[in-house]
Design a protein around this ligand. Structure first.
Ligand SMILES: NC(=O)c1ccc[n+]([C@@H]2O[C@H](COP(=O)([O-])OP(=O)(O)OC[C@H]3O[C@@H](n4cnc5c(N)ncnc54)[C@H](O)[C@@H]3O)[C@@H](O)[C@H]2O)c1
Length: 352
């Protein structure tokens, strides 16, 4: 076990190395859909070198290396050992989180991790402890926090909204991928709530600046059970109570018709309401007879990745550290537990 002094030294060392970085050497673990979006963005940053890519399907890493430069690996352990990375984007499916974050932490490699951060709370807390020990910079891909419209609406809500009474959100979408996709299997993805609606669960915490104290949930499991290889919930209703006493409901389904999809939220506070607008990133603030539409002027994914790289260069903790991923995961797992047992679940479920 490290002493307090040794731990401080490690943290100072990580911060000193960060301060010396001119071009951030980035690697990837997982070269699928979301990794491509990040790599496209990072390839346009002049202070980033896309140094290496790894994927269990090595041909995917090779395709990335051909497109963005850098070397390709089938084994991320070899990549982490050989490449002298400053930062690593971990873009793997939920079931695949094993030791990637911990190996990065042990080498002082800062990490950007896609949501959900794991499939179990035990794994997430193990990683949380490792990244805390190492003092590395961490960020989780809750991209809504980097949409100007969401951030401005949050400031207005927290500054002059008064007491929050109700948070509502809904993810009325479709089934991701084809019959062989990991998304359809609970043991691989965690289900729609854990994998996808987690964005709205994070929003429920961040937008209201409140913590969830209790969760009750109900799952519908018949609607889509005829689909091949499908064993996740077809629909879910989650009811939450915040520590402040405010209440929330989050509903999801992956049975929507293509033209019937809708993802949104609404917060009702004493003095105003904040709610999603007509386009993906727009947010409306309603106060009495007035209503103001807030939009974004920059792509939130680009703002998000820029924030991480800036934090790495400055040796500064990001605004969405790994802990935030653990908290969102805990709420979604509490909902799964409640749906299974028929009982409400009180939080926190673990000490961390
Ligand atoms: N923030 C967002 O808006 C957003 C959007 C899409 C996906 N995601 C998240 O990103 C993660 C990945 O999703 P995706 O859509 O890119 O999935 P994907 O299936 O398209 O890609 C995952 C890649 O990881 C590789 N992989 C699997 N296990 C691996 C391992 N042990 N080591 C290295 N590579 C491994 C696969 O071969 C595949 O190429 C998921 O957790 C998902 O929830 C986030």
């Amino acid at each position: 076990m490290r002493t307090g002094g040794a731990l401080r030294e490690q943290v100072y060392y990580v911060l000193l190395v960060s301060a010396l970085i001119v071009k951030v050497k980035v690697g990837f673990i997982g070269c699928g859909g979301i990794a491509k979006l990040h790599a496209d963005i990072l390839s346009k940053f002049e202070d980033v070198e896309l140094r290496a890519f790894s994927d269990v399907e090595k041909n995917r890493a090779e395709a990335f290396a051909t497109r963005y430069g850098g070397r390709a690996y089938g084994d991320y352990r070899e990549m982490l050992e050989k490449e002298g990375l400053d930062a690593c984007f971990i873009c793997i499916p939920p079931y695949a989180h094993v030791d990637q974050e911990i190996l990065c932490a042990e080498r002082g490699i800062h990490i950007f991790v896609e949501k959900p951060v794991a499939l179990t709370l035990e794994k997430a807390v193990e990683v949380l402890n490792a990244v805390r020990r190492a003092g590395i910079i961490t960020q989780v891909g809750y991209v809504r926090r980097f949409a100007e419209s969401y951030a401005k609406a949050r400031s207005i809500l927290l500054e002059r909204g008064g007491r929050v009474g109700l948070f509502e959100a809904w993810w009325i979408g479709g089934v991701a991928g084809g019959p062989d996709h990991w998304w359809r299997r609970r043991e691989l993805s965690g289900g729609q709530l854990v994998e996808q609606t987690t964005h709205l669960v994070d929003l429920a915490r961040w937008m209201t600046d409140d913590e969830v104290a209790e969760v009750s949930a109900f799952f519908e499991e018949e609607l889509l059970k005829d689909l091949p290889n499908f064993n996740i919930e077809s629909a879910s209703a989650v009811i939450m109570r915040y520590r402040s006493g405010a209440v929330a409901s989050i509903t999801s389904t992956c049975a929507a018709q293509p033209k019937g999809m809708s993802v949104g939220f609404r917060v009702t506070a004493r003095n105003l309401q904040v709610m999603s607008g007509s386009s993906w990133w727009s947010v409306i603030v309603v106060e009495g007879e007035k209503s103001e539409a807030l939009e974004v002027s920059a792509d939130p994914y680009t703002v998000q990745d820029r924030h991480f790289i800036d934090c790495v260069k400055a040796g500064r903790e990001s605004e969405v550290p790994y802990l935030e991923g653990v908290k969102a995961l805990e709420i979604t797992l509490a909902a799964v537990k409640s749906a299974k047992t028929g009982q409400p679940v009180r939080l926190p479920m673990a000490v961390y």
